[in-house]
Design a protein around this ligand. Sequence first.
Ligand code: TRP
Length: 467
Amino acid sequence: MSTTRTGFSSRLGFVAAAAGSAVGLGNIWKFPYETADNGGGAFFLIYLLCIFLIGFPVMVGEISLGRHTRSNPYGAYLKTGNKNWALVGILGVACGFMILSFYNVIAGWAFGYFLKISFGDLLNEADFGAFFGSYVGQIGELFFFSLAFMAITAFVVMRGVQKGIESAAKILMPVLLAILLGLIIYALTLPGSWEGVEYYLKPDFSKLNLDVINSAMGHAFFSLSLGMGALITYGSYIGKQDNITSSAAIVTVADTGVAFLAGMLLLPLMFAMDLEAAQGPSLIFVVLPKAFAEMGPIVGKVVGGSFFLLVCVAALTSTISLLEVPVSYFVDERKWSRGKSVSVVAAVIFLIGIPSMMSQGFSPALSGGEEGIINYGGKTQDFLTLVADAFSEVSLPLGGLLMSLFVAFRWKTANLSDEISKGNPSYKGSTLEKFINIAISYVCPIILGFIFISNLLEKFFGFSFMH
Ligand code: TRP
């Protein structure tokens, strides 16, 4: 196997990049509110269980497969399986294209807010809801914000694994942590903020039901960047002496830690500022700007600007990993140069993102609602939601399901153990080995199969297990 493939310079480089991939928009706008809304500490316990039972084992599986084959997802399945299994790799590459297409649009919104708060007068708006509606409903500015974000992502990926992805992660992850901690300290000094902490974490087991557990599992999976082979790709760049299980453990803890901390920022801020609860885009683009505006012109600009910088940094290390998957496919399999691969893939993904960009009001046909032409699951939907439903809610659990079955029954757990023990000599015969083998052979396929089917039915056929 070739040893000329350039990779991460050290284990720290890999861990920073993989943690960067994991920590993203999902941690900031989804996790905190999901937790607060679905039983606080009780939800968090379930989330930890999901991370432990399916997140960690699948992550170890992906990294091992990548390092063993030294390939992108397609090549990894082809080398250890056959042409049919390689279709799972193709699905992963396709997910890279499609998920990045809309993720970059949202990252572009955040980038625009960063600029408009720090250098403009966005915080003087009278009605942030109306402002956000018209902001996402035009496409002139958004086109350039998203284009800029894609260009920055492409610039990093173009520089290669070590000089680009690794260096960026080593700078951006500490920056992210510093901004996050700084903002938390500020938020917790505001009067009334501790009620937010209580609301966030107070366990309420009565809120747990199958729907909540299903979304905890799905979110755990998305948040760790699993299911499409992003970690097969990153794993293909690490050294044989690296300890895969401990690296995966650090990445898992880092991702969960940042998600937890994001809640320690958002909920206290919302309570201190007496804001209504919200989630998703309106949480960070409508509710929080109100809080920043109330802080006064200077503090608001600094705190608000830092917050959106944080969101951009979190998104950037994730868009980098999403782009690297298809790029590595064209480099490995089609023998394109990295330069050509990055330029073509980034341009195509940007173009695929344009309908998503137009689907928040600019084009009524693509925006769902009365005039919408996209109809599934019993209602009209906007294009961005369609892409997210198809490629992230449904395809990622499917990819993870097939990956677990592949590792366990085609590549075989004995080979998995061989690969892991290269950087972890005491692995064979350990309890950890038994746990990972059982998890990846039985627990992960069953749970991921359940998430896949229930998301497919719910999103596309309007059927839910709960109501
Ligand atoms: N994990 C990132 C988030 O929480 C998103 C992400 C980046 C991702 N790369 C991925 C999700 C690969 C799935 C697969 O926002």
